[in-house]
Design a protein around this ligand. Structure first.
Ligand SMILES: [Zn+2]
Length: 532
């Protein structure tokens, strides 16, 4: 009789394909699933977990995280394990720590400030492959796969220049994208609201994305606009994928601002039409009505030109400062977050390391603390923090969240931006997956259980062509989660974004039990996954 390393019995198995659950047991051997079915009485096993009728599913794949730098400081990330996440994808929204030329390190350090999570990177890598080697050397808690950021690539070639690339620069950027793919990236991401990504025209993105074509890499975009022009932005994303002949994905999809609620119906229709003519497009989403990005995203686009030093210069010049306030209050032909949030009260500062006293407070409260107009106060906070400023924006619609979530082209991704020690963050970082299972499956019936699990496992694994993950099948990697469908729920909220979820009881990664009865076992068995 076969002997297994681990047997999980009496489970309601949800296999990651979307198929209905079934009762069963599984056995693992050497980090792989070796048996699925009914285990005989007295089966030989190194360890047995009795699931007692709870759900057994493939470990969750978080396709959208900003854990890049956090990994250097905290390679375990227990908060991901506690959500049932066994694999995460980094390098999102145009921002990746590699490649990096030595003379561009300082620029990259500034560019990535708001996802730095308190890490102090040594930048002891240059190429994308060298960065993956650095990750290989860490004691990782969960598996990690990577994307290369278009913003990082552009910064290497053109700094923060606001202009079109020359033919030579374009060729170099395309080559850097191609090199990253060859060295193990799963695709390229863009962040078209952040400098330097914001300076790139659609033609540039197409030409750089052609560096992915040979490998059929995935192009993921934090789009140029997620409010009044969100439909045009989706069309731009489709255009890049179509012209480069690669699959594309719209990330953290939403429509910001009351005036734009409901536009997601149109965007998803446009995406369906693209698929009908053969363009392979998909979407990811986090389950909240609050978004999170830099605090300086409240400023009009022109203020960002030239990078953070120029932003600070402009905010310090009285006449320019007055013009910025006037534009925020009186114009809406740009992504005006203050207006989308119905005023400064809807903007909550979550990470400003030089002014920690304002973290967790909204701009009206900060204005009161400083004895200033809320916008003036926000500008002072931006100046003081020199590029490390993160905020939450209360500007999305619950009905939109559900509409997007239910759509068959949409998978779950947390868009987690981790907090620095002592700072706060958006609760999605620590609550996304249990929240979908508790709030949107059990409490509200937005998704069927099997559908939700598929959006967290089989769907992203298929999307990434990540062989061996995302399904419960003999031969697949033994990345597994056992949770109680009657109690599972997120704990994190805006008051306490670090509160643990409830109901996630066992997590297995590469065959090893890393969460045992809700407790982290101290094992570090995560692996760096390279595209093959
Ligand atoms: Zn983003």
């Amino acid at each position: 009789m076969a002997c297994y390393d681990l047997v999980i019995k009496n489970a309601k198995i949800v296999d990651g394909t979307g198929s209905p659950w079934f009762w069963g047991d599984i056995g693992t051997k050497d980090g792989k699933i070796a048996f699925v079915g009914k285990a005989p009485e007295g089966v030989c096993a190194g360890e047995v977990i009795d699931a007692k009728g709870q759900v057994l599913a493939p470990g969750f794949i978080d396709i959208h995280t900003h854990s890049d730098f956090l990994l250097l400081r905290d390679p375990v990330i227990v908060s991901k394990i506690k959500q049932g996440v066994t694999t995460q994808m980094i390098g999102q929204c145009g921002i990746s720590p590699a490649p990096i030329k030595p003379d561009k390190v300082e620029l990259l350090d500034r560019y990535t400030g708001f996802v730095k999570a308190g890490a102090e990177p040594k930048y002891n890598w240059q190429s994308f492959g060298e960065f993956l080697d650095v990750l290989d050397g860490l004691k990782l808690g969960i598996n990690v796969g990577t994307f290369v950021g278009h913003g990082t690539i552009r910064l290497n070639v053109m700094g923060f220049d606001n202009r079109k690339p020359t033919e030579e620069e374009l060729a170099e950027m395309r080559q850097l994208a191609n090199d990253a793919m060859a060295e193990g990236a799963f695709g390229m991401t863009s962040g078209l609201i952040y400098p330097p990504g914001v300076y790139s025209e659609p033609e540039e993105l197409v030409e750089v994305a052609k560096g992915l074509t040979e490998y059929n890499g995935l192009y993921l975009s934090h789009m140029r606009n997620e409010s009044h022009a969100v439909v045009e932005s989706v069309k731009e994303t489709i255009n890049v994928a179509e012209k480069a002949g690669i699959p594309g994905q719209v990330v953290h999809h939403k429509a910001c601002g009351k005036k734009n609620f409901g536009l997601v119906k149109e965007t998803l229709k446009v995406l369906e039409e693209a698929r009908e003519r053969g363009v392979d497009m998909t979407v990811d989403q986090y389950p909240y009505t609050v978004s999170s990005t830099t605090l300086r995203s409240i400023l009009p686009p022109w203020v960002h030109e030239g990078g953070i030093d120029k932003v600070i210069e402009r905010l310090q010049a009285p006449a320019t400062r007055a013009r910025i306030i006037d534009e925020i209050n009186n114009t809406d032909d740009w992504e005006n977050f203050i207006q989308h949030c119905d005023g400064p009260k809807g903007v909550m500062v979550v990470y400003t390391p030089k002014t920690p006293e304002y973290e967790g407070k909204n701009l009206v409260e900060i204005g009161k603390m400083m004895g200033k107009d809320p916008l003036e106060a926000a500008f002072d906070v931006i100046i003081a923090n020199r590029g490390s400023d993160n905020a939450c924006y209360f500007m999305l619609d619950e009905e939109d969240v559900k509409y997007v979530m239910k759509h068959p082209l949409v998978m779950v991704g947390s868009d987690s931006i981790p907090a620095a020690p002592g700072a706060k963050c958006h609760p999605r970082t620590n609550g996304t997956f249990p929240r979908v299972l508790g709030k949107y499956v059990r409490e509200e019936g937005t998704l069927r259980l099997e559908e939700a699990i598929w959006k967290m496992t089989g769907f992203p694994a298929t999307r990434l062509k990540m062989q061996g993950k995302g399904l419960i099948r003999v031969g697949m990697d033994a990345d597994l989660v056992v949770f109680d469908p009657d109690t599972v729920i997120d704990g994190a909220d805006f008051k306490d974004p670090f509160k643990d979820p409830v109901g996630i009881n066992y997590v297995v990664i590469n065959g090893e039990v890393v969460l045992d009865n809700g407790k982290y076992t101290g094992k570090t068995v995560g692996k760096v996954i390279r595209r093959t």
